[in-house]
Design a protein around this ligand. Structure first.
Ligand code: FAD
Ligand code: DHB
Length: 398
């Protein structure tokens, strides 16, 4: 048995666990990250790609934004495509100059791993049978097995950053949390393609065949999505069939979608979920462990970052001044922002997807909503301010 002690034990090396670990390091707070997958697996997991300014600033503050500064693509707007027409939403103009940055989540994860490797701060990969104990008597411990040896990490606090399928949420007592869930009758099929993007800014398209999105990762890599049935099988989707649907759903006069070799494709489930409160005694949940949004609002990664920014500051206060106010307020502060993003993500989802069971009346409402957003500055401004992301108001005291 190997026993060690730290201040904060972090379960999960996704964006929330890695960024929390890094921010705590910068505050001089020792921490251990315990991840059940390999580093290579974590680095190659393709997910989100849009960073709000708050997320970008946090990565800069954490000293891990050098490559992001060089390779990230700043976007001041998006296009909405419907009825064969393309409309530009100039988010920067509508929000007093705020923008988003296109930079892959897998690149953020690589940058954070490299930074942690450089400082030598402890991180465990491929931990087996990770479990939490001692939360009820405030002697929290994370247990796991590595190479046949049992390990215990005793900590002041545990941060459950282990995603929707992790074990941290279930370590809270039965019935302690209120769970909010909404399922959708669609999923996204995402591809990565080795071809220059056919657009300067992202295209979100609504079409009777279903939603489509043209995003990108670099000047030579495109990221594209189409709405599919949640029970569909990726084996049903040849590259040719995917491109055909992308052409149809994003079609607009005078514009050509360029095809290229597909290097990755998968079907992503979609749901809205919130578990409250996000704290039980010395256990704090952050990111997907506590909440999930459907991806049309590009909020999942950004919410994960916002949670750990608030948590890192609260822990820094606790260790510098002894004040537990920030920790006590953590859940409520995060949840205000989370519910705004939940609503925005749900709103974008219902505006842009084709619901197979929607009646003709609902279809007309959807069309009216799209026309309103594309013709009213007030409506466009609401979309823009949510998309670029709200400030973490007063959430950070330092
Ligand atoms: P995660 O990234 O899930 O990280 C959790 C980590 O914990 C993982 O490394 C996992 O291996 C580890 N872990 C799990 N269980 C254990 C355990 N028992 N012990 C130890 N470690 C454990 N958002 C968007 O905005 N746009 C998108 O296009 C988009 N696409 C997505 C596609 C998929 C398939 C998924 C699942 C999510 C997607 N998201 C997207 C959401 C976004 O990627 C997440 O919100 C973000 O990854 C949350 O970060 P996190 O660190 O909280 O959780
Ligand atoms: C990407 C993902 C999203 O969910 C989104 O709304 C925009 C872009 C992406 O992966 O690039």
């Amino acid at each position: 048995m190997n026993v060690e002690r730290t201040k904060v034990a972090i379960v999960g090396a996704g964006p929330s666990g890695l960024l929390l670990g890094r921010l705590l390091e910068r505050h001089g707070i020792e921490n251990v990250i315990i991840e059940n997958r390999s580093r290579e697996y974590c680095e190659s997991r393709i997910r989100a790609g849009i960073l709000e300014q708050v997320t970008r600033d946090a990565l800069t503050e954490a000293g891990v934004a050098d490559r992001l500064e060089r390779e990230g693509m700043v976007h001041g707007g998006i296009y909405l495509n419907f009825n064969g027409q393309r409309h530009h939403i100039p988010m920067d103009e509508l929000t007093g100059g705020r923008c988003v940055t296109v930079y892959g989540q897998s690149e953020i994860v690589k940058d954070l791993f490299a930074a942690r490797e450089a400082t030598g701060a402890p991180i465990v990969f491929e931990a087996e049978d990770v479990s939490l104990d001692g939360i009820d008597n405030d002697e929290p411990v994370v247990r796991y097995r590595l190479g046949g040896v049992e390990h215990e990490v005793h900590a002041d606090y545990i941060a459950g950053c282990d995603g929707f399928h992790g074990i941290s949420r279930d370590a809270m007592p039965d019935g302690y949390q209120q769970l909010y869930l909404r399922e959708y009758p669609f999923a996204w099929l995402g591809i990565m393609a080795s071809v220059a993007p056919s657009t300067d800014e992202l295209i979100y398209a609504q079409h009777p065949n279903g939603f489509a999105l043209h995003s990108m990762r670099s000047a030579s890599v495109s990221r594209l999505y189409i709405q599919v049935d949640p029970n569909d099988d990726i084996a049903n989707w040849s590259d040719a069939r995917i491109w055909e649907q992308l052409h149809i759903r994003m079609a607009t006069d005078g514009w050509t979608l360029h095809e290229g070799p597909v290097t990755e494709k998968s079907i992503l489930p979609m749901r809205s979920f919130v578990a409250t409160p996000m704290r039980y005694r010395s256990l704090f949940l952050a990111g997907d462990a506590a909440h999930i949004v459907p991806p049309a609002g590009a909020k999942g990664l950004n919410l994960a970052a916002a949670d750990v920014i608030v948590l890192a500051h609260a822990l820094a206060d606790r260790y510098s001044s002894g004040s537990e106010t920030g920790l006590d307020e953590y859940s409520d502060r995060c949840l205000r922002r989370i519910w705004r993003a939940q609503h925005f993500s749900w709103w974008m989802t219902q505006m842009l997807h084709t619901n197979p069971s929607e009646d003709a009346y609902g279809q007309q409402l959807q069309r009216s909503q799209l026309e309103y957003v594309c013709s009213s500055t007030a409506a466009a401004k609401s979309l823009a301010e949510n998309y670029v992301g709200l400030a973490i108001e007063q959430a950070v005291s330092a």
